[in-house]
Every structure is written in structure tokens, then in C-alpha cells.
Design a protein around this ligand. Structure first.
Ligand code: PLP
Length: 380
């Protein structure tokens, strides 16, 4: 069966179906060598491998699986999600223009702001979940990149990918989607017109909170993509073979984990939504969520594992709830098999984040245990 005909569960479980010919192993080997030999006529023994900054078999295997899962043509792995984002934005010429969704992952916003200032690039920040605002920003002047993140972290806003792609293309820009909170299992941005998809594979794609990495996937290759690939090989932001191997190993259970996390998250969201100590739940799976209808259209099979909720009262009340949780680890990040809770105001007090907001990432534990933990922490 051709890889493109396989369903995500099959692709992931077999990690691309690679058998190690030398050993017969059904999992890929790790080749730690940084350099690769040539024969006496000075021909490489393996034409694919010269030096580890450009060539790393297991990273290429992981990239092939990621490209297939996302439905793109090529994928490039980086040593972190931020390194992937930086490689993309470095293709914008000095004096260029980018349109970036506001209220997204704070690390992204902060890095792009600093970068654009240094390079005299005009950066327009816009609440892209209100598509009219994005269309207006795109129409103002030509741009090179339109950047959206859906669902957004930590506000869980949903952006209309199809409409965003149309607006981006009209202004001459590529639409790039940070799809970390959706994973390739829940959303297919390429089918809706996106040009490049980015994931922090540190999160659900690896899923075990033990590999830092990021990926860019291209719908089609082209000059910008070639520039990114060249930049990665020359500037050296590559993923090492051990991390790439762990990532590939983590991905084998991606669809299983995401399905379990989504079903747990939906139960937790319904519980929180009904709780007298909770002011509001931000989760696109709830019919009351502003982006629910759109999420139903562009997130097939689940609404994700990430949600935020506002505890009745203020900062102290939210911190007390976080402090009383026993199962949820108080830690940043998301998408791992273990549930996490984070008081975002402590991390980004300057971004207008409510002081009583707790963001939770739901893992694969038993949903009833998670709900019981939240119930005792909220005081029931
Ligand atoms: C974590 C995260 C990033 C950054 O990725 P790193 O792997 O931590 O560098 C970018 N976008 C989103 C939505 C994230 O959650």
C-alpha cells in the first residue's frame, strides 16, 4: 500500500513503514555518526549522507511521516518550535511586512516583535479570529507572511483558515498556520488553503514531554521553502539523531493519544462549565464557545486537549485551585500524556491575560480521576 493511501493511524503506528534492511529491525536504527565515508575514488559510500548537519537518516524518516500525516510534500525538523518559526521569518526581506494574529503563544509574539524591529519589517498584529480584522489588515499593503495559530494558546480562539488563506493570497503572502494545538490528526490546514504548517513537536506530536523539537511542513515547495531548507543546513538548526528517533517513537501512538486526550478534554470541559466556582470555560468543543461552529468544520474528530478556565474570584483564588490539584502537574507546556495546569498570568502578566485564568492540558489519564481532582481543588 502506498503511504498516501494509508490512514493516519496506520502511517503513525508503522512510523512510515521503514524496515532496517541491515538488521531486519522493524524500528529504525540510530546512526550517531556526524560524518560519512567516501571510497578510494572519492565517491560517498552512501550518496544520501555526507555530513550530519545536512543528513540524518532518522530525522528524514520522521520528516517523511510528518509530511504524510499533514498531507504536505516536504517537512523540515528543527531543534525547537521556536527555531522553526525563526527559520521561516528569516525569509522575510528587510523592509518587508508580516501580519500576525494577536493573543497567540507568547514566545512567538515576542520573538517576531523583536525580529521585525531589528530588521525594519512592518508587523501588523490583528485579532484574526475576527476574520474581518484580518482581511482589513491584509488589504492595507502587500505582505510576505500571514501567521495564524488555531486553536490559539491560551485563549482557544478559532481562526477561519480558508478565509485567512484567501486574504493572505490576495496580498501576495503565504498563509502559515501554527497547528500545534490541533495536531495533524484534528485539522488539515492544507486542504483549506494554507501554504506552510508549523508544529511545536515538543507538544502532542512527541507527546511524552521528553523531546524539544519543531517542524515546518510545505504544501508545495518553492523559493521560500528552498530558502528555509538552505538556511537550516547552513545555519545548523538541526535536530540530533537521538531526539529524532524519540520523536518518531512518540509519533507511533499519536492518533491514539490525541483521541483519548480529546475525549477526556470534552468531559472535563463539560464538568468545569457546570461548576459553580468556574466563571467561564474556553474550549472550542463547548457549543457556547464563539468559535464552536467553525471548529466543527475545520477540526474533524475532536476539539483538542487544551483549554483555559476562569476561576471565580481573583488571582489568589486561581492560584489556590492550582495549588490544591494532585494529579495535574503545575508546569508549563502542553500535549503530553500527563495533564498539566498553568497560571498564565504568572508567566505573562503584561499581555492582558486574566489573573484568574488557569490553562490546562489534558493527558491520557482516566477522565473520572481528572474530574475528581478538579472537583476537590475547586471545593465541591
Ligand atoms: C510551545 C509552542 C511553541 C514553541 O515551541 P517550542 O518547541 O517550545 O520552541 C509555538 N507555538 C505553540 C502554539 C506552542 O504551544
Amino acid at each position: 500500500m502506498d503511504a498516501k493511501d494509508m490512514k493516519p493511524a496506520t502511517l503513525a503506528a508503522q512510523a512510515g513503514g521503514v524496515i532496517d534492511v541491515q538488521s531486519g529491525g522493524v524500528v529504525p536504527p540510530i546512526q550517531p555518526s556526524t560524518t560519512f565515508a567516501r571510497d578510494r575514488d572519492y565517491e560517498p559510500l552512501n550518496a544520501d549522507n555526507i555530513y550530519a548537519r545536512d543528513h540524518n537518516d532518522v530525522a528524514r524518516q520522521a520528516e517523511a511521516v510528518l509530511a504524510q500525516l499533514e498531507g504536505g510534500t516536504e517537512a523540515l525538523l528543527f531543534p525547537s518550535g521556536m527555531a522553526a518559526i525563526a527559520a521561516l521569518f528569516r525569509t522575510v526581506p528587510n523592509g518587508g511586512r508580516v501580519v500576525v494574529q494577536s493573543g497567540i503563544y507568547w514566545g512567538t509574539t515576542k520573538w517576531i516583535r523583536d525580529f521585525c524591529e531589528r530588521r525594519q519589517i512592518e508587523m501588523t498584529e490583528v485579532e484574526a479570529s475576527d476574520i474581518a480584522q484580518l482581511q482589513e489588515a491584509c488589504a492595507q499593503a502587500p505582505a510576505q507572511i500571514v501567521w495564524i495559530e488555531t486553536p490559539s494558546n491560551p485563549w482557544l480562539r478559532i481562526v477561519d483558515i480558508e478565509a485567512a488563506a484567501e486574504a493572505a493570497h490576495q496580498t501576495g503572502a503565504l498563509l502559515v498556520v501554527d497547528s500545534t494545538a490541533a495536531t495533524p490528526i484534528l485539522s488539515k490546514p492544507f486542504a483549506l488553503g494554507a501554504d506552510i504548517v508549523m508544529h511545536s513537536t515538543t507538544k502532542a506530536i512527541n507527546g511524552h514531554s521528553d523531546v524539544l523539537s519543531g517542524v515546518l511542513v510545505a504544501k508545495e515547495t518553492g523559493p521560500v521553502w528552498d530558502e528555509i531548507a538552505t538556511d537550516r543546513a547552513s545555519a545548523g538548526a538541526v535536530l540530533g539523531p537521538f531526539e529524532a528517533w524519540l520523536l518518531l517513537r512518540g509519533m507511533r501512538t499519536l492518533p491514539l493519544r490525541v483521541n483519548q486526550m480529546c475525549s477526556n478534554a470534552m468531559k472535563v470541559a463539560v464538568f468545569l462549565d457546570d461548576h459553580p466556582q468556574v466563571e467561564e470555560v474556553l474550549y472550542p468543543g463547548l457549543p457556547s464557545h464563539a468559535g464552536h461552529d467553525l471548529a466543527c468544520k475545520q477540526m474533524k474528530g475532536g476539539f483538542g486537549f487544551l483549554m483555559s478556565f476562569l476561576v471565580k474570584g481573583g488571582r489568589e483564588d486561581a492560584l489556590k485551585v492550582a495549588g490544591r490539584l494532585n494529579l495535574f502537574h503545575r508546569a508549563t507546556s502542553l500535549g503530553g500524556v500527563e495533564s498539566l495546569v498553568e497560571h498564565r498570568y504568572t508567566i505573562e502578566p503584561h499581555t492582558g491575560i486574566p489573573e484568574n485564568l488557569l490553562r490546562i492540558s489534558i493527558g491520557i489519564e482516566d477522565a473520572d480521576d481528572l474530574i475528581a481532582d478538579l472537583a476537590q481543588a475547586l471545593g465541591q
